[in-house]
Design a protein around this ligand. Structure first.
Ligand code: FPP
Length: 233
């Protein structure tokens, strides 16, 4: 195994392929999401093990409302149940949990447990675990501009730093690496503003099958990249 010399500070993951995982087994799609939770557990442990500071997981997009009502309800109850189950455990492990997205449009029960876990883990200094729920990159930029206008800023105030300040979680550094599973190669409205200089890694594995081997492949690939941020090396 190659040695890891550089690890990303912030990894974002587009957890894709739950539905296909289930369909391949002639199971209902929702069971793919259930299995996807196990992969979430695995990847959180891996992030801690490899010293990743920030892990952002794309859990529900602003476009996912187009899915069948039963699937949406199942997803929300799965999230609620797991946050209830794992909140204390994450806290004990010094993980700080945060949420990004239009939280106020989510069901009350889910919103309440999100709020509880966020407050419970607020002072933790280990892994920062961010669940993007009802998140869309465009929605985030729209919401930022609405706030900027409400605050009365003028045209000459509009600079990158000001826009950044009004994003949902302005204190979190931009993702160094974005991983997408299931062989699809697109961003699907995830962290649009923040991914300007991110490195991308596409894994063929479906999300429920994502494991340490795949995670390491992404990390090893990342450390070979030459990041230039528009400059020359
Ligand atoms: C994509 O697979 C996956 C999702 C839309 C949901 C992922 C969410 C979780 C695993 C829950 C996160 C957990 C918490 C606690 C917030 P897909 O359905 O698009 O798969 P397909 O492309 O194969 O149909």
């Amino acid at each position: 195994m190659e040695k890891l010399k550089i690890v990303p500070v912030h990894i974002g993951i587009i957890m894709d392929g739950n539905g296909r995982w289930a369909e391949k087994r002639n199971l209902p799609r929702i069971l793919g999401h259930k299995e996807g939770i196990e992969a979430v557990r695995r990847v959180v442990k891996l992030a801690v093990k490899y010293g990743i500071k920030y892990l952002s997981l794309f859990s529900f997009s602003t476009e996912n409302w187009k899915r069948p009502k039963e699937e949406i309800e199942f997803l929300f109850s799965l999230m609620e149940e797991n946050l209830r189950k794992e909140g204390e455990n994450l806290n004990k492990n010094n993980v700080r949990v945060r949420f990004s997205g239009r939280k106020w449009q989510l069901p009350k029960n889910l919103y309440e447990i999100m709020d509880y876990v966020e407050k419970l883990t607020e002072k933790n200094t280990g892994l920062n675990l961010i669940f993007a729920i009802n998140y869309g990159g465009r929605a985030e930029i729209i919401d930022a501009f609405k706030e900027i206008i409400k605050k009365g800023y003028k045209e000459e105030d509009i600079k990158e730093d000001l826009i950044k300040e009004f994003l949902y979680l302005p204190d979190i550094p931009e993702p160094d690496l974005i991983i997408r599973t299931s062989g699809e190669k697109r961003i699907s409205n995830f962290l649009l503003w923040q991914c300007a200089y991110s490195e991308f890694y596409f894994s063929k594995v479906l999300w429920p099958d994502f494991n340490e081997d795949e995670f390491l492949k992404a990390l090893i690939d990342y450390q070979k990249r030459k990041r230039k941020f528009g400059s020359v090396k």
